[in-house]
Design a binder for this molecule. Structure first.
Ligand code: ATP
Ligand code: MG
Length: 469
């Protein structure tokens, strides 16, 4: 059998597996009508061959950005210098890039200039890994795989295209991408490729925090992010990106715990729900303050980490700021980490449960319980949820279903009522009174009635607040 016949056989095998979505076919027909080539490339082809859900569509074409702008109505010039535009077509985003060859990379992150080429094969060669360099010709319905990406896909291997060291020097982000893909697909990084990463970690210093953040987010969406963190650690990258994590290595934490702090954090992250970025990050960072707060008891056996949650929250927020995460995520993760050390006891009164919900915030309750579940699982290393957590969940449910006011907004009176009825000016004292009312209502929800609250407010004001400024 000739090589050509052999690839024809593959073609058949893969064509039956390939189901190109209708919208992609429709999209491609605009290119053929205008006389341009059109290939599906990158993640979509790889994920289709793996039978995974498709994320986004990267298209390679010989059309220039201005040609693409001429063909479609809604085009965003996302990276026009590099030949990329985003086309919005029937509600789907297509990243369309003109076939290109990258010129020198002097700064380790972006090519100095790009040169367009009429050849898809040339374009595939400049890509990062063989599994990302398979193209599907949308006009002629055939796969192009000049770098043997399918072989590596089948074998589960991440392999750099060309000389790994050179490729990682061109763009340091590729080192992190290799670890991310390995975690995402449970693949192995080929030996020379991995050696290339270890020898090129310095180029990561030149990569923007935003690009690193985006790869970390994808890594955190993997089934078991610990695989990726293990590779980042083994290559020396982790010490560079998140040294706060490697500082937890070999910090032992007493009898109850099976793992050192570092492994406990990684496994907690694995155990957190993969579709909840905030909880995964909180799990990954929740004990970062332990190395610094570690105290050993007089006998040398007992260890304690007094108030480590506070320091952990500060460190988590610092890391997330450095990596340019959104303010929303930073606040949410910081709050979850700072609050992760609650200890429920059956003796808690309903008032204590309401205070807990009020402090955590009703919208964060599901997250803090997820975090605790992940935390517990990563202590003993097997599926385990303590009875006390189940009991707490039940009690929270009851409290939320009953008479309730857990926030200032839910009180039967507001700041204006206080100003009017107590005849006091606007200012911080109004807030002090409202918080006092919330405390009273958390104790006894029956007090959440206008007349009762006004009476409590008056008493409190006269006895405790009136002479303060
Ligand atoms: P995902 O499923 O995360 O979208 P992807 O492989 O599609 O994975 P993208 O970042 O969308 O990743 O990039 C699309 C394609 O562009 C890649 O498959 C790869 O061929 C190429 N590519 C992306 N980033 C790089 C890079 N830093 N260096 C070389 N080629 C890259
Ligand atoms: Mg993609």
């Amino acid at each position: 059998m000739t090589a050509h016949q052999a690839s024809g056989q593959h073609l058949h095998e893969y064509r039956t597996m390939f189901r190109i979505p209708r919208v992609v076919k429709d999209f491609a027909s605009f290119f053929s009508e205008a006389g341009f080539q059109c290939f599906l490339v990158g993640g979509a082809v790889r994920d289709m061959l793996l039978g995974r859900k498709l994320q986004d569509f990267d298209i390679a074409t010989d059309a220039l950005p201005e040609d693409v702008i001429g063909v479609f109505h809604r085009v965003i010039p996302t990276g026009i210098k590099h030949g990329t535009v985003t086309v919005l077509f029937k509600g789907i985003r297509f990243e369309v890039t003109t076939f290109r060859i990258d010129q020198d990379y002097s700064d380790g992150r972006r090519p100095d200039s790009v040169v367009f080429t009429p050849s898809i094969e040339e374009d595939l060669k400049r890509r990062d890994f063989t599994i990302n360099a398979i193209a599907y010709d949308l006009h002629n319905h055939r796969l192009l795989d000049p770098l043997d990406g399918r072989k590596d896909l089948k074998a589960g291997i991440i392999r750099a295209i060309g000389d790994p060291r050179e490729r990682f020097r061109e763009d340091g982000l590729r080192t992190i991408r290799a670890c991310r893909f390995a975690a995402q697909f449970c693949f192995e990084i080929e030996e020379d490729t991995f050696a290339g990463i270890s020898r090129s970690i310095d180029t990561v210093k030149m990569v923007s925090a935003e690009r690193i953040r985006d790869e970390l987010i994808r890594l955190l969406e993997a089934n078991t992010p610990s695989v990726g963190f293990g590779l980042l650690d083994g290559s020396g990258l982790l010490r560079l990106i998140i040294p706060e994590l490697t500082a937890c290595q070999n910090v032992e934490q007493g009898d109850l715990h099976r793992y050192d702090v570092y492994h406990h954090l990684l496994y907690a992250c694995d155990a957190a729900p993969r579709d909840n970025l905030a909880v995964r990050l909180a799990a990954l960072f929740h004990d970062l303050g332990k190395p610094e707060t570690l105290r050993t008891g007089p006998g040398g056996g007992e260890v304690s980490f007094h108030r480590h949650e506070q320091l952990s929250a500060e460190l988590a927020e610092k890391i997330l700021r450095r990596l340019r995460f959104s303010t929303h995520i930073i606040k949410q993760v910081g709050h979850l980490v700072a609050q992760h050390m609650f200890h429920y006891e059956p003796q808690w009164t309903d008032a204590a449960v309401r205070r807990f919900v009020s402090r955590i915030g009703e919208q964060n309750i599901a997250d803090i319980l997820s975090l605790r579940r992940a935390d517990q699982l990563a202590i003993v290393g097997k599926r385990f949820v303590s009875d006390s957590l189940i009991a707490l969940e039940k009690r929270i449910e009851n409290v939320l279903a009953g008479d309730r006011a857990l926030t200032l907004k839910e009180l039967a009176i507001n700041g204006n009522d206080i100003i009017r009825e107590l005849q006091i000016p606007r200012g911080p004292r109004v807030g002090i009174i409202l918080n006092h009312l919330l405390e009273s209502v958390l104790d006894d929800p029956k007090q959440n009635e206008r007349e009762i609250l006004l009476r409590i407010a008056k008493n409190f004001y006269e006895s405790r607040v009136s002479d303060t400024r």
